[in-house]
Structures are given as C-alpha cells and as structure tokens.
Design a protein around this ligand. Sequence first.
Ligand code: 5AD
Ligand code: SF4
Length: 479
Amino acid sequence: MPPHDNMTKRFYIETVGCQMNVLDSELVASGLISAGYRQVSRSREADVVLFNTCSVRQHAEDKIYSALGRLKNVKDHYPHKVFAVIGCMAQKDGALIFRRAPHVDLVVGPSQLGRLPELVDLAAAGGGPQLEISLDRSQGSHLDAKRNFTPFNPERLLEARPAAHQAMVRIMFGCDMFCTYCIVPSVRGPEQSRPPEEIEAEVRQLARQAIRQGVCLEVTLLGQTVNSYRYHAPNGTVHLADLLYRLHDIEGLSRLKYVSNCPKFITQPLLRAVAELPKVTPYFHVPAQSGSNSVLHRMKRNYTVEQYREMLDRINSTVPGAAVTSDFIVGFCGETEEEFQDTMRLVREARFKNSFIFKYSTRPGTKAAELYEDDVPYKVKQRRNNELLALQNEITEELNSRLLRQTVEILVEGPSKVGAKQDTSGDKSDNNGSVTQLGGRTVCDRIVVLDGPRSLIGQIIPVKIVQSCGLTLFGEREV
Ligand code: 5AD
Ligand code: SF4
C-alpha cells in the first residue's frame, strides 16, 4: 500500500482484559499512527478493526467469538475492511480463530505487535490471512522461549495516549510463576525485565509530555508480578525498590504506582522505599487468590495464609495508612465449603480496601486443567462469589465512611463514569460556565466524584469528602 494511501486509512481498537492489554492497545495505536493511520472511536468508520483479546477466563473468549461472528455480515458488505485479532487469545488459539471466523484477516500474538502495521498492509493488499504468534512455550529451552517472545516497546506518541496525565509503563514481560489455574505464562511468555535505563528514558519522555500539556503525571509501572522485577546489571541486580528510587525525582512526575504484586516478593526494601518516597503511592494490589492453605497449595501459589497475613502486618507497620487490595478465585477445583469459609475469614480479618472476585474458569493447557477436575458446580461458584462480594462491599463501605469530612488529595482523571451534568450556576462554573461531574483518585486508589470545571482534569487538588454513598465517595473542592 503506497504511503499516501495510508494517510487516509482509519483504525479502531476494541480492548478487553487487563491493564497490560490497555497498554498494548495504546502501543499498537502508536505504531499505526506512526505508519500514517488515524484512530477513530467507532468501528463502522474504520478500515482496520482490531480486537485486543483476553484469555484469562472462558467468558472473555466467548464474548470475543460472538463479536467476531457478528462481523461476518460486515465483511460481506465491506470486503476491503481488515479485521485483526490480537493479544492473548490470538496467541492461545492461533489458526483456530480463522477456522471459527474465516472473515478474520490477521491473528497476531502479544509479542508480534511491533509487526502489525506491516501485516495490516499485507492483508489490505490482498495478501491473504496472516498468522503471527510465538511458538508454544513448552517447545524448546527457556532461552528459546525468551527469544521467541520478543518485547515490544515503541515510541510513546502523545496522540495515541488516552490522557497526558496518566501513563502505564511496562517494566517486565511475561511470567514464570505457573500458578496452576493461569494461562498467562503460556500466552505472554517467560519473565523478562526491561533495563532500568530504558524505563527511565520512557518515564522522562512521558513527564516531558505532561509538562508541555500543563498537567501532573501519574505513572503506573506494569508487570504480571511487578515486584519480582530484577535486572542483572554489571554493578549488581536492580530490584523494584531500586527502580522506584531511580524514577522518583524525575521532573514532572507526581505519582508513581505499580501493579500487580506477588505476595512472595513484598520485601522490606520495597516497603521502606514506599514509606520513604513521597511520590510512590501507599497502595498495594497483592492478590491472595484464596484464604485456604490446601487451595493455595493446589493453586501452586507457594505461600501459606499465615505468610500472607504476616506480609499484611509488615505492610501496615512499615507503611502506615497503606491500602491493600486483592484478587480471589472462588470455586477452584475441589474447593469445599470449609475452604471457602477460610477465604471469607481472610477477607473479614484483612479488611481489604477492595477485592476483585472471579469464578474459577478452567483453562486448557494449564496444570489445573490437567491435574484436577473442575468439580464445583456453577451455581455454587456463583453463590460463593456473591457471598464474598457482599462481605467485601460491606468492608469497603465501612472504610469509605471513615473518610467522611476528611480532606484528601486527588488526581482528577476525567469526567466521572457515574454521570455527567451541566450546571451554569454560581461560582462553580469555569470560563465557559460549565461544570461537569468529575472523577479522581486518592493516593490509595479510592475513587472520588466531584463537581468542577474540566480545566481541573490532570491536576492534583485537595478535596473534602462530603458523602459516602455505597461504594462511591463524593467530594467538594477545598478552596
Ligand atoms: N479463572 C478465574 N480467574 C482467574 N484469574 C486468573 N486465572 C483465572 C482463571 N482460570 C484471576 C486471578 C488473577 C486475575 C487477573 O484473574 O484472580 O489475579
Ligand atoms: Fe491480561 Fe492475562 Fe487477560 Fe492476557 S490473559 S489480557 S495478560 S489478564
């Protein structure tokens, strides 16, 4: 396709899954924009439609396959449109996607995303279906697997970024933990930490962009198990704590976060770094997955509930006021009522700020799928999910209500998801007279809704909490 044609081509990306996928979509957008494409917000306006997919649970895959099914009609009417399936499900299902949805042109795994502009051009030029994925990780050595899953770090274009005031920065790829339920190590490849100087250069670039836009910058460092980051440099190994010190003083950087943590690597040096560095948020997402030792053993999590509790004590004593969040899987293979009640007990005692709760979904190719029967009936999984969620919500509400009448600092992220409204009265109006319902986040990752002009987006401001309603906090600007 000649470059002048590219200038008019438009692409649309639909993203599901975790923050890794959100970041990958942004990086893909960067690559396509650099190649002369323009991003649009509606699939029907696009020449190239990309689905960035997730394989972590069956439900996510089913949704993608039904969306792909609906596209057949579109392809019949607009045969020139290019449909691409990228990300984790592309890696996992490969050519099966062409068999289930023959109108798909491209299937590209997470490690091949750098080649996407070239592959889109090939497909658009009638080059037939293109399949680009890494070899199965179980074939060949660890080193082969590392070569085969190549990291993808393109330039961070401001036009491709959802907002100038928030950015995710990947510090490591893949995962070597092999928890028995999890598909991630096979779809994202072996753990590979990025060199610290490369990460620093990227954060500096993002900070310069934020300064130019007149906004604060919050950076979230990403890794499947972010706190196992370790880079072997000639003068010693660099761990996450060292990286936090290295990035902390970058001009234009206001907040530094990192997700997701593995309980095993919450070290004292990491906790001290969080306690000492004011820009690093006292917020820990440390998935426990279960509160039962026998379930943790079957999951191959390599820690006990006692060790997890001890870790919570260390967080609370070293970083006072820290907020901890967790993930839980209910209905894992063989989970008895007693084992589930152990999880309820952990949640009751740990008083997490929030928990993400998932019903176990068996993943072909994982150890759990091979070794254990998915024997907890769906109805039981559903009931346990509801029970745990109700308990967590009660705790979240109680913790939220303690913030009433307190003043907290929030980073204003954008229009609130709760809803937008127009209000032209009184001193709440900005230059255009319009006040919007905005959403922001505290350092402990609590969402606060407030009224204010859009000019506050990207600023860190003090807000007084005036209402705690269900799971939502409402604030007023402190003047
Ligand atoms: N079934 C259900 N939930 C899962 N997760 C990972 N694998 C599975 C699975 N097979 C959950 C874990 C993880 C989160 C991102 O997704 O709780 O922390
Ligand atoms: Fe993210 Fe895992 Fe889903 Fe891939 S499979 S999108 S890494 S949650």
